[in-house]
Design a protein around this ligand. Structure first.
Ligand code: HEC
Length: 322
């Protein structure tokens, strides 16, 4: 089940079961669905299925994906169709959407960039579909031109600006940090949370080293772009609740045994959430009660500092910015 701005969507069965899955699909029907968003019966798929990124996937990768999926054990499972709100439940509207927002151009390597950067660009923009969460969209769900990877709200989280902008992006991240983060290791900036935890745990941490390095190299050389939206109140509330989950998940039973990277992550999320946010009263009480570490790795503020900042009613985050 996926919550989108247009209603809830369910993901269908993609095991090779002939009746309820995609067992009856040819390689070409599969390629058309994945890269063009068109089902074998000719109907449009919603762009929740990331064909807007997969359009860039090479034939060889589509072949490999098809072979892999067809090698899975078929599972019989009926598919409950999408329950989108009107008018979004009218698939025919997607014809217009596609004309406006779907660019089905293949991936073109840039001869001015190294092979590694081109490989990273292919992975990030195509199969790894990073922009599906990190690129801002307009009110109709189309990507805003010229703002790729500059950050967006997704499922109640803020998927941060991945360009190296010093104040709103990853300006303080080295290429090595990006590589470590995507491979699933802790970094000075913390580990991945929420939807990004799944991306790393089930996705990028399984990539081989050259591919991880290529993605890091590509992200690191992007042109910095500012995007202050991540500090908006609604995201702040979401990220504050993520921080609580973090704290509960990684610091068991009041023993306050935080791993440094985890503490850094919680501190970062709190900082991000606290910039313009006065936590709701119940939120700040829970934060006060559960902030686990004597000293948060990055902010340098003590738990007591956070307590007194909140108690004083400033609502500021541990970094002291308000
Ligand atoms: C399903 C949505 C989703 C996808 C797909 C996704 N991300 Fe993320 N990403 C997020 C969210 C949400 C966060 C914030 C998580 C957190 O604060 O720990 C995040 C955080 C990050 C961060 C940390 C940034 C920071 O300031 O802490 C990096 C780096 C990152 N993502 C890179 C990528 C790359 C590279 C890809 C493609 C391989 C990708 N993401 C795909 C949702 C996504």
């Amino acid at each position: 089940m996926l919550k989108t701005a247009f209603g809830e969507m369910t993901s269908p069965n993609i095991t090779p079961d002939p009746g309820t899955g995609i067992g009856g699909w040819s390689r070409d029907a599969f390629a058309r669905a994945v890269r063009e968003g068109i089902a074998p019966d000719g109907s449009n798929l919603y762009p929740t299925m990331s064909f807007t990124s997969y359009a860039k996937m090479s034939d060889a990768d589509i072949d490999a994906l098809y072979a892999y999926i067809m090698s899975l054990s078929p599972v019989r499972a009926e598919f409950e169709p999408a329950a989108l709100d009107f008018p979004w439940n009218q698939r025919i509207l997607l014809n217009g959407w596609r004309k406006l927002f779907f660019d089905n151009a293949e991936f073109e390597p840039d001869p001015g960039r190294s092979d590694a950067v081109n490989r990273g660009a292919y992975l990030v923009e195509g199969p790894a579909h990073c922009g599906e969460c990190h690129s801002p969209r307009n009110a109709l769900g189309g990507f805003e031109p010229g703002k790729a990877l500059t950050g967006a709200a997704i499922e109640g989280y803020w998927a941060p600006n991945l360009t190296p902008d010093p104040s709103t992006g990853l300006g303080s991240w080295s290429e090595e940090d990006l590589y470590a983060y995507l491979s699933g290791r802790d970094t000075p900036h913390g580990g991945a949370f929420g939807p990004m935890h799944d991306v790393v745990a089930e996705g990028t941490s399984h990539l081989d080293d050259p591919d991880l390095r290529a993605m890091a190299a590509y992200l690191h050389q992007l042109a910095p772009q500012r995007n202050p939206d991540g500090r908006a109140l609604e995201h702040a509330e979401a990220t504050a609740s993520v921080a609580i989950a973090t704290v509960h998940r990684f610091c068991r039973g009041g023993a306050f045994r935080c791993r440094r990277g985890r503490a850094a992550t919680a501190a970062r999320i709190l900082r991000q959430g606290g910039v313009r946010c006065r936590p709701r009263p119940e939120l700040s009480r829970r934060l006060r009660g559960s902030w686990p570490c004597p000293r948060s790795a990055r902010s340098g503020r003590t738990a007591r500092g956070w307590r007194s900042a909140s108690a004083a009613g400033s609502g500021s985050a541990p970094s002291g910015r308000s």
